[in-house]
Design a protein around this ligand. Structure first.
Ligand SMILES: [Zn+2]
Length: 170
């Protein structure tokens, strides 16, 4: 179980609140909110701390997402298949599994057309710290162990896909 203090109800009753507009909004608005929050965190706390906060927020979101959306929890293969479906259905991104090493608890996944960085200008950075946390949160919640995720390729680094290495914290 998650230690999160987050309550799903905090997000409100969308059906009731947006009977005409529904549950989807333009991705630019999502990015505008995310990037403006990130810019303010960087301005106030510096880049490293801002990334840490985004990672930790992602970690909590991943745990909550697992509880809320993942139905197939019997084993990791089923989980990953279910996760792939849910991420497409919710228009989060296209997940592909590149490497599964159960013995060493190491995994590599990619996400194409992701919410946060696809289409951004190329820079020296990998920027998806929220997504790193999000993926680590899902793996941690599923296994009951602490997992970490590191983005090694990003749209912004020119890869046109985000690639994450996931492993159990030693
Ligand atoms: Zn990325």
């Amino acid at each position: 179980m998650t230690n999160s203090t987050f309550e799903w109800a905090e997000l409100g009753d969308i059906k009731r609140g947006r009977p005409n507009l529904g549950s989807y909004a333009d991705i630019h608005v999502y990015r505008l909110m995310q990037f403006s929050i990130k810019n303010m965190l960087i301005k106030n706390f510096g880049r490293i701390k801002a990334d840490e906060i985004f990672y930790e927020a992602g970690l909590e979101a991943g745990r909550v997402f697992y509880e809320r959306f993942i139905e197939k929890k019997d084993n990791l293969t089923e989980l990953l298949k279910d996760l792939e479906l849910k991420l497409i259905r919710l228009k989060v991104g296209i997940l592909r599994i590149e490497e599964v090493d159960i013995e060493n608890s190491k995994f590599i996944v990619t996400i194409e057309e992701d919410l946060d960085c696809s289409g951004l200008p190329v820079s020296d950075d990998v920027i998806c710290s929220f997504d790193e946390g999000f993926i680590a949160g899902i793996f941690s919640e599923h296994t009951g162990s602490e997992f970490q995720a590191k983005e090694v390729d990003c749209w912004c680094s020119g890869a046109r896909v985000c690639r994450f290495v996931i492993n159990e914290k030693s």
